[in-house]
Design a binder for this molecule. Structure first.
Ligand SMILES: NC(=O)C1=CN([C@@H]2O[C@H](COP(=O)(O)OP(=O)(O)OC[C@H]3O[C@@H](n4cnc5c(N)ncnc54)[C@H](OP(=O)(O)O)[C@@H]3O)[C@@H](O)[C@H]2O)C=CC1
Ligand SMILES: Nc1nc2c(ncn2[C@@H]2O[C@H](COP(=O)(O)O)[C@@H](O)[C@H]2O)c(=O)[nH]1
Length: 327
């Protein structure tokens, strides 16, 4: 790994515009045979998504991945989505009970369109075995496996049958893995994405570290088919996190899936809780993301996401914000 950089160190270089209006630019992406409005998916975390948000996203053409932290609700969730003609997209872990869960889903002939294997250290036999188990019992489901941070891991999970891999160990806003373990892609997530994408033969989902809408375009440039985002989606009216008032201002909680708040105990804690400013409706953020990405496409000199994948870039070490606050 010779070139190490992160989102804030990169600027994409504009190419001649070919559209008359940014509204001509198409931000849609295809994953698993389905087309989605944006290459963006809210993180499968309990303070980011719930059944109501998942339904809203599916009804409006956005990709979603439901979290796995209320395991008893997953079967009824899949049934409900199927009954409404919506895509079913759920998460699983790798513990013993998840094997029988997959078998139960198969026995009920539910076959969710997407299943994400969601663990911290995805380059493991536990994930490889779970990929094989899902592919055996639910061959129609598109399997996303992660998280990983190396080309070896991407290749191994793809070889085991994963249809996409999720890249990002430790770059998350509420992540403390890098501090507690010394490992991960925190601080060089964009370079890690590039490194992994070069090895991938299937789609890659960039996960964690997105702080601005421009970072979505940068992820696409460096090989992401889809971008998973937590903190930017926290704090909306609809967000499941608790709302509290601090100094007369409304804020909402956002906590890590490996935090004590998720786990209910202080064991192997690798996540923390923060409060984010209350920021209006999720719908408005999605619209703004789409407009900003349309603008990115126009700067890339094209009219769809593919244009971004081919633009030049410069590395401007830690200087692009020029002392400005991000927002
Ligand atoms: N993207 C990221 O950087 C990170 C994300 N997370 C998120 O936190 C949640 C909980 O993750 P996770 O703890 O993996 O899930 P689980 O608590 O479901 O653990 C999954 C299994 O993997 C084992 N395990 C966990 N970490 C390791 C490790 N480093 N080495 C070997 N075995 C391990 C666990 O056993 P045992 O607990 O006994 O070790 C358990 O059997 C997930 O949603 C995950 O995405 C967590 C950390 C980093
Ligand atoms: N190390 C940890 N990473 C976590 C935890 N909970 C979630 N995550 C990861 O963060 C991203 C979201 O990142 P953001 O920068 O957009 O906020 C999420 O998708 C997970 O991969 C955790 O407890 N510890």
């Amino acid at each position: 790994m010779e070139n190490v950089f992160d989102y804030e160190d990169i600027q994409l270089i504009p190419a001649k515009c070919v559209v008359n209006s940014r509204s001509e630019c198409d931000t849609s992406v295809t994953l698993g045979g389905h087309s989605f409005k944006l290459p963006v998916v809210p993180a499968n975390m309990q303070t980011i998504i719930d059944e109501k948000i998942a339904t809203f996203l599916a009804e409006n053409g956005y990709f979603y991945i439901m979290h796995r932290f209320q395991p008893e609700k997953r079967i009824s969730f899949v049934k409900e989505m199927k009954a409404r003609g919506l895509i079913a997209s759920i998460s699983v872990g790798v513990k013993e009970e998840e094997y029988s869960f997959v078998e139960q889903v198969a026995a009920e002939e539910l076959s969710p369109e997407f299943i994400t294997i969601d663990i911290a250290h995805g380059h493991s036999n536990a994930v490889i075995e779970m990929i094989k188990h899902i592919k055996k019992h639910l061959p129609e489901s598109f399997v996303i496996a992660g998280n990983v941070g190396t080309p070896e891991a991407v290749r191994e999970l793809e070889h085991a049958g994963a249809d996409a891999t999720k890249v990002g160990i430790g770059p998350g806003k509420v992540c403390i893995t890098k501090i507690k373990t010394g490992f991960g892609t925190g601080g060089w997530q964009l370079a890690a994405l590039r490194w992994c994408a070069k090895a991938a033969s299937k789609p890659i989902i960039a996960d964690g570290g997105i702080r601005t809408h421009g970072d979505i375009a940068k992820s696409v440039r460096f090989g992401a088919s889809m971008v998973m985002i937590g903190s930017l989606f926290a704090g909306h009216e609809e967000s499941p996190g608790e709302t509290i008032e601090v100094d007369g201002k409304l804020v909402k909680e956002y906590f890590g899936s490996a935090s004590e708040f998720q786990k209910g105990e202080r064991k192997n804690v690798e996540g923390k809780k923060m409060y984010v400013e209350h920021k209006g409706s999720l719908k408005d953020t999605l619209i703004e993301m789409e407009q900003d990405l349309q603008s990115s496409i126009s700067y890339a000199g094209g009219d769809n996401l593919d244009a971004i994948r081919h633009v030049d870039y410069v590395v401007v070490k830690n200087s692009i914000f020029n002392g400005d606050k991000v927002y």
